[in-house]
Design a protein around this ligand. Structure first.
Ligand code: NAD
Length: 358
């Protein structure tokens, strides 16, 4: 066994169908009296329900969370938190809403209670991102890690099936790369494998019965595990490519992860046979197939996109994407720098065309 450092992230997790009922208790444990509830425009109904539960402990609702946390929105939310005398932020929603909570916390130190309603996993990480002048800057700060997370599968019943599948594959990507992380450790690998297994089981079930609370719970359990991996160990080429494609070509987050993952795993499969066989075992594909092909099938068979062309990417942008990806250094188990530009360009072409990896 190789040497490792394990650093547990100090957050409290409350899990279960109907667990939103514990919100008041959890706010009390945090010692908060005035919570600012954060959400997107689309999730105002759920935020209202949260505010009603909080009663006098709700300071107000800020319903302007959007993708990629623009600095202007972060400033407005910080001002609103200050104006209302908030001593805590309750973020109900996906990664965009949790991200807004983190932007507030980064400046003010306000504790965050996160109530995730997608599988993106941001609630388990100390990673934040803020977009200024079109550039998304990311960083790590222990202050932004949500102190409490309430996982209530009932709140995910409204997540459309298509977004459930792509968001689930976004989560699987964290675990897959966590299995070959440079700073990986055996505990995170256990969580990663179990996270992939839970999601690979849950996504087809959600596709068939989107209102099945048990399947939703399985997916949220997998998302928790995969998010924990993302928050604990470093990522590699796949996340680098998705960051480049999402940021520079304005492509949707979860869908890009879904399309790129099989291709990135195929690229790394010769270098990391141990991690790859764990992904294969977790996917448990009916027909024996490679991890990369199994991930491709999981997306395709559940109606998710498998080609960048279907996400609005232009073929003429592939060269620039390859340049951007290889020109800024990023660790990967297999070299993926300027000398490998041809191979990365081919990977992107395969992702563009939606080729099933062998
Ligand atoms: P999102 O938060 O942008 O949500 C997408 C849409 O789905 C929104 O309109 C949202 O309101 C809606 N939605 C969410 N849950 C719903 C539900 N249960 N029912 C109905 N509608 C629902 O999408 P996301 O994929 O969760 O998050 C993506 C963002 O999170 C990206 O900006 C990404 O960079 C960031 N992220 C950050 C981290 C981190 O560790 N910092 C990790 C993962 C993702």
């Amino acid at each position: 066994m190789k040497d490792f450092v394990y650093n547990g992230q100090p957050s409290r997790v409350v899990f279960g169908a109907g667990s939103l009922a514990h919100l008041e208790r959890e706010i009390e444990i945090l010692g908060a009296r005035r919570a600012l509830v954060l959400c997107t425009h689309e999730q105002q109904g759920q935020a209202q329900m949260v505010a009603e539960r909080l009663g006098a402990r709700a300071a107000g609702i800020f319903a302007r969370a959007v993708m990629h946390v623009p600095i202007e929105t972060a400033r407005e939310a910080r001002d609103e938190a200050r104006r209302l005398g908030a001593d805590c932020a309750v973020a109900i929603g996906g990664g965009s809403t949790t991200g807004l909570g983190k932007a507030i916390s980064l400046e003010s130190g306000l504790p965050i209670l996160a109530i995730p309603t997608t599988y993106a996993g941001s609630e388990m990480t100390p990673i934040y991102g803020i977009t200024e002048s079109g550039l998304k800057k990311t960083g790590k700060d222990a202050r932004v890690l949500p102190r409490t997370v309430i996982y209530d599968p009932e709140l995910t019943l409204t997540l459309p099936v298509s977004l459930s599948v792509t968001s689930g594959l976004n989560a699987i990507a964290h675990a897959a790369e966590g299995l070959y992380a440079r700073d990986g450790n055996p505990v995170m690998s256990l969580m990663a494998e179990e996270g992939i297994r839970a999601l690979a089981r849950a996504l087809p079930a959600i596709r068939q019965r989107s209102g099945d609370v048990d399947a939703r719970a399985d997916a949220l359990y997998g998302a928790w595990l995969c998010g924990t991996v993302l928050g604990s160990v470093g990522m590699a080429l796949h996340h680098k490519l998705c960051h480049t494609l999402g940021g520079s070509f304005n492509l949707p987050h979860a869908e890009v992860h879904t399309v790129v993952l099989p291709q990135a795993i195929a690229f790394n499969s010769q270098t990391e046979p141990g991690a790859i066989s764990r992904i294969e075992r977790a996917l448990g594909s009916a027909e024996p197939c490679s991890a990369a092909a199994g991930l491709f099938d999981l997306a395709r068979d559940n109606g998710a996109p498998v080609a960048l062309r279907d996400l609005g990417m232009k073929e003429t942008d592939l060269d620039r994407a390859a340049d951007l990806a290889v020109n800024s250094p990023y660790w990967n188990p297999r070299k993926a720098g300027p000398a490998q530009r041809g191979e990365i360009r081919q990977l992107l072409q395969n992702a563009f065309d939606g080729i099933r990896p062998e």
